[in-house]
Design a binder for this molecule. Sequence first.
Ligand code: KG4
Ligand code: ZN
Length: 378
Amino acid sequence: MPDVTILGIETSCDETGAAVVRSGQKILSNVVASQIATHQPYGGVVPELASREHLRAIVPVVRQALAEATRTYESLDAIAVTQGPGLAGALLVGISFAKALAFALEKPLIAVNHIEGHIHAVLLERKQSGNDDLQFPVLALVASGGHTHLYLARQEGHGWTYQNIGHTRDDAAGEAFDKVAKLLGLGYPGGPTIDQLAAYGNPSAVSFPASQLKHRDRNRPQADDQPRFDFSYSGIKTSVLRYVEVHQLQTSIEARRKALAGISKPNLEDYLLHCDTKTLSLVASFQRAVVEDLVAKTLAAASACDVATLFVTGGVAANNELRQRFEQAAAMEGLPVYFPSRPLATDNAAMIAAAAYPKFLAGDFAAEDFSAEAGMKL
Ligand code: KG4
Ligand code: ZN
């Protein structure tokens, strides 16, 4: 098969990404401009600010991606861009730019679902390390700031087909990390901070309800008799809030928030200096509860659907405890489990260019009038 070089563009949330990927298997460049500093004072992503920052960053980020890949615009075979799901205004920046580029260069344009991108991040790195063998069906857990989804994936021709067999009924797993971190005065985004701090607390100190979903809800059959494996993380966030109130942690949280706000880029030592034992154990217990729930439901789904391979991807897949627990649990079941490397777990454009490759082979190009789809499903 001839080499196909695709420029991927990703602007669905708070990272402006551009990447050049060859034939869905070799990353030539992967540039991500993060907006963390912009949104940090607000404790979460502010959609209007996200669009403005994408507008600022898109041209330099795309130029850098081409320069690092030592490719010219003319040498590209196609432009791929995230169509959704995500913030409408943020998506539109990437889509408008990609459309203009494709039109000017007379190159095909490929619209990619962001969630499919997260799944292809795993495949891309498997291929990059020379592993082409993959047993289907694959069960993919996509856990990020916006999604907690389980998909049964199968190969069909050049591409993959997906069947959703579970999703969150309320908050996404990453959203729970971010909200709990915000609640505890630990800044934004919360996932990476909680990940680091959890190692210093006692994960058994606080017990949270195992699952907020009743059994009959969780395994509700669909029309096709496929059992469902849904998630729910808003209850655990409320439990953390209740713990804070009962143990009167508000004053120390406020002190921590103020102290950390005065440090431009707090590091682990800064966080540890401002966290007492109780807080560290609360953080560790929260993480343990979320991780155990993600692992238990995913493994239950894997066994019910008789899958051959497990993918765990999305920003939350960067979590150390999650990776360890999945590795242990999957080994017990004799299931291979694959994760993206940490830079490819969180939002990036290499995964978009990789997901576009089978679409390129299938001639599945975007219509000229395609637009952002904020609630796009996979
Ligand atoms: O995939 P992603 O970059 O963006 C979305 O598509 O949402 O995921 C971002 C989410 C955030 O909620 C962030 O807190 C979480 O992933 N995250 C983590 C870790 N790194 C990022 N959660 C737990 N542990 C981590 N190490
Ligand atoms: Zn994402």
